[in-house]
Design a protein around this ligand. Structure first.
Ligand code: NAD
Length: 255
């Protein structure tokens, strides 16, 4: 690797990525392994497909099955992650759900499900790792997955908008407190990406056309599209980047 690119290497680091079995989380896991990191993938279900992708490139991957809708799983995650490769250096809060429904019909159950995973878990899992990082003084990286709905209201997804707006706010709030410990807290705001999350939108021809015609790049994003930003924010190259949400959106926010 050319010397000036070494700052992007994740060699010798360990990354824990939530929601590792599909979509953007799977893409980030594979990219981190390719950049040299040991990767721990947290998911409710088997991450075999992710594991296969990483094995194919000679990387290290450990799966950790946990249901992130309940914050009581956090001590188990921290303990198991420590057993896998020793210290975790990078946390990617990627797992998230979306519930589409007119605002007048949203149930408390659906509201809580979205907020618990997309917002409460992001905060308390970050807190759990940051406690250890502040104590051992070796720093750490937190990368939260935000959304276009961290900036905009969206349509028929009020709980999701609330949670992703909170993710951008938390990214700033935690950076303010933890930058002094060499902990970089940043976020990536993906635009409209072709994953399970947008399956319903993409199969609604009218909404799909409306969205596509508004994206300057003229296409849906892919998991690979966010991997450059994810590697950058996890690497030494981002040492002085704190509290920022980087949009990877094909130009959506520029419109
Ligand atoms: P996805 O549905 O494929 O991924 C969501 C992941 O979260 C899955 O791996 C799923 O297993 C995991 N997950 C859900 N509930 C869980 C639980 N209770 N416990 C453990 N894991 C759980 O969709 P995606 O697009 O890859 O979503 C990844 C992240 O990106 C989410 O936070 C999503 O909100 C965000 N995002 C996606 C888009 C997009 O256009 N696809 C845009 C902006 C933000």
């Amino acid at each position: 690797m050319p010397q000036n690119l070494n700052m992007f290497s994740l060699e010798g680091k360990t990354a824990l990525v939530t929601g590792a079995n599909t979509g953007l989380g799977q893409g980030i896991c594979a990219a981190y392994a390719g950049a040299g990191a040991n990767v721990i993938g947290v998911a409710r279900r088997s991450c075999q497909e992710t594991a296969d992708k990483i094995t194919a490139i000679g990387g290290n991957f450990t799966e950790l099955i946990a249901d992130l809708s309940d914050i009581n799983v956090i001590p188990h995650i921290v303990e198991e992650a420590g057993k896998a490769y020793g210290r975790v250096d990078i946390l990617v809060n990627n797992a998230g759900i979306i519930k589409r429904c007119d605002a007048v019909d949203v149930t408390m159950e659906d509201w809580d499900a979205v907020i618990n995973l997309n917002e409460k878990m992001v905060f308390f899992l970050s807190q759990a790792f940051a406690k250890g990082w502040a104590a051992d003084n070796k720093g750490g990286k937190i990368i939260n997955i935000a959304s276009m709905l961290s900036y905009q209201g969206g349509i028929r997804v009020p709980s999701y908008t609330a949670s992703k707006s909170a993710v951008m706010g938390l990214t700033r709030a935690l950076a303010n407190e933890w930058a002094r410990y060499n902990i970089n807290v940043n976020a990536i705001a993906p635009g409209y990406m072709a994953t399970n999350n947008t399956q319903n939108l993409r199969s609604d021809e009218q909404r799909s056309d409306e969205i596509l015609s508004r994206i300057p790049a003229g296409r849906w994003g892919t998991p690979e599209d966010i991997t450059g930003a994810a590697i950058f924010l996890a690497s030494d190259a981002a040492a002085y980047v704190h509290g920022f949400t980087l949009a990877v959106d094909g130009g959506w926010l520029a419109r």
